[in-house]
Design a binder for this molecule. Sequence first.
Ligand code: CA
Ligand code: CA
Length: 287
Amino acid sequence: MNKHFLLIALALALLTALVVMPRFVDAQDDVAGVSAVAEGSDSATIFQAAGPTTVSIQSSVDQFRQAIGAQNNGNGPGTDSGHREINWDGGSTTNEATNVAGNPFAGFQVTRGALFTTPDGTGFVQAPAGTDVPPGGLAGLFGNPTYATTFRAFSASRLFSAIGGKITDVTFFVPGGGSEAAVNGFAAVFTDVDQPNGSGPATKRGNRHASTLVEFYGVDGQLLLSSFVPASPGDGNFSFFGVVFPDARIARVRITSGDVAPGPNDSEKVDVVMMDDFIYGEPHQVR
Ligand SMILES: [Ca+2]
Ligand SMILES: [Ca+2]
């Protein structure tokens, strides 16, 4: 083959790659959408939104709740339908407490059927971005005063984060103290996802490195679906990403929030990301 043929073939390959990039590669402010995406599963429905205010994502959050089962089962025993939510606020919209938990964090395993583990961190924190109440929320715990304004809560007043790591694994149990379980859908709210989702072809010219990723695994440990979370550059903006399947097949969710463990300043080089509300289908026993 001659050199010209190779160049033409290369150009065609690049063109094809551009054309087939996922439709939500270019996240923008106030993007919202519901779509079925054949990325790892042709039966998943994706809910995603991003933007500068809580309103930017609220309709997608509400649509997701409807899709997994509208009833919020709170701390009740395991049931047939509906969903569970964790807003990290301890039952108060003015909660200023900084609550640190170990790893794994089992505080919601019996009541709402979710257990949290961080493979690269040491524990978890539920806290406001910043507060005068010692140790001072995320800003105080992570020793970075800029965190008080870099992050905002979707549900007032506290956020959630791994400590010393950027990865959170969520596994499910039948509420009330039951055995391992699976859910039909899972979604999370994020604040301050700055780096664009999707990894485009321009790895050399322009960094399209994405910071925040959600992976969904089945009961046999197989990867069901993986996606980056849409970004909304600017301090304290909101992102939402969720997936619903036709049945309870998600046994584990791995969330990579940001590209660095909390501590350093959020900057163009490192994207620090905090989490807020987790919403998931009623956990059903794995058979
Ligand atoms: Ca909250
Ligand atoms: Ca950030």
